[in-house]
Design a binder for this molecule. Structure first.
Ligand code: SAH
Length: 359
């Protein structure tokens, strides 16, 4: 039996069945045997491919977007640029190459990478090789000040709770031991669980599942605290939904294919679609603004992906040009990432609308 399976079974022995969020947290982030702790899963040979790995233009356009946000904040002398879950450091590499061309912005930026995986931290420090980049385990330790926060496919890796509508009411779904593995069970319905359900979903049919992420809401709270103290923009790109909805979106992926969520904890990637509705409500409840989500395609097109693609291909050989064009196609294709991936912004009050979101 895998080590992590034993750890989870021991935990259940001690505490009783665990929430889906706890199962996800242990599967992905266990300090010794978690999925992200033990591997670099990103890339064609890995379990999944992300936008910055598909095209350098992704990080380049995000750098330009960030520079215009910095100008919207009146070009402060110092701005904290935070990337949450930077993966292989590819986006930040493309970002920094681009920011070099904007000297005043480049001088102002202080880079902070929020990353929990020791293996990915290692990769990031190797490829980035820059003096002054700081790593953090959480947002708490990043100094307060004018902020630009970037997070691509970060929120989908944060643990979600699943609440199920049973004949007796809303109940938390849990993971219980079964033979050598695990199975789902459901708590008794309780008013505390019902209180988590948005009004519009209260009368959902039996069997409906509502997902929310305490960890993502905590990130929202931390951002709000930062934006109360200093101006800032936060850019989230992920798959997700903008209206409250029911649906079990928890999925496991291994080698670019779907796998069983419960069978090999620590060996498969677990993600859930991002509940942008809950995230946005939390941020707006605290007086900050949100924009979107809009599609990745419309965001990248309005930032100039076509012009950049043309410029890059001008100096490329035929093979490179094919790669560049196909990368752009994948990022904006409405049958692929272009529509599936959504762009969502949280920002401080009284700041101008950032690029890509103007009407
Ligand atoms: N943004 C990258 C990687 C996405 S994969 C890209 O687009 O390629 C998810 C990233 O989030 C990984 O770097 C993973 O190690 C990191 N991560 C997962 N949970 C995290 C947490 N709780 N805190 C910080 N980073 C986390």
């Amino acid at each position: 039996m895998s080590k992590l399976r034993e750890v989870i079974r021991d935990t259940i022995n001690k505490t009783g069945p665990i929430t889906v969020a706890k199962f996800m947290e242990l599967s992905l982030g266990h300090p010794e045997f978690g999925y992200y702790t033990t591997r670099d899963p990103i890339g064609v040979k890995g379990d999944f491919v992300t936008s910055p790995e598909i095209s350098q233009i992704f990080g380049e356009l995000i750098a330009l977007w960030s520079a215009t946000c910095w100008e919207h904040m009146n070009a402060p002398k110092r701005v904290e640029v935070i990337e949450c879950g930077p993966g292989r450091g590819t986006l930040m590499t493309d970002f920094l190459r681009t920011s070099r061309a904007i000297p005043d912005f480049d001088k102002a930026i202080n880079i902070h990478l929020v990353e929990t995986s020791p293996i990915l931290k290692g990769r990031q420090s190797k490829i980035l090789n820059e003096i002054g980049i700081k790593w953090h385990d959480s947002l708490d330790t990043v100094p307060i000040g004018p902020t630009i926060l970037i997070a691509n496919e970060f929120l989908d890796a944060l643990p979600v709770h699943q609440l199920v509508k049973t004949p007796g009411g809303w109940a938390e779904r849990r993971v219980e031991r079964a033979n050598k593995g695990f199975m789902f069970t459901t708590d008794k319905p309780s008013p505390k669980t019902k209180a988590k359900i948005p009004e519009s979903l209260l009368s959902a049919t039996t069997g409906s599942v509502y997902e929310y992420s305490s960890a993502a809401l905590e990130v929202a709270d931390q951002i709000v605290q930062r934006f109360k103290a200093a101006p800032g923009y936060a850019l989230f790109i992920d798959y997700g939904y903008d209206k409250y909805q029911t649906g079990d979106t928890l999925q496991a992926v291994k080698s670019q294919s779907y796998a069983d969520v419960l069978v090999n904890p620590g060996q498969v990637d677990l993600t859930a679609h991002v509940n942008f509705a809950a995230l946005g409500e939390r941020i707006r409840d605290h007086g900050m603004s949100t924009l979107g989500p809009i599609s990745q395609a419309s965001f990248l097109i309005s930032l100039g992906i076509f012009r950049r693609t043309r410029d890059l291909t001008k100096n490329a050989n035929a093979d490179q040009a094919r790669m560049i064009n196909s990368g752009t196609g994948r990022l904006i294709n409405l049958h692929q990432m272009g529509a599936l991936y959504k762009v969502f912004v949280a920002m401080g009050t009284d700041l101008p609308t950032p690029a890509g979101f103007e009407q």
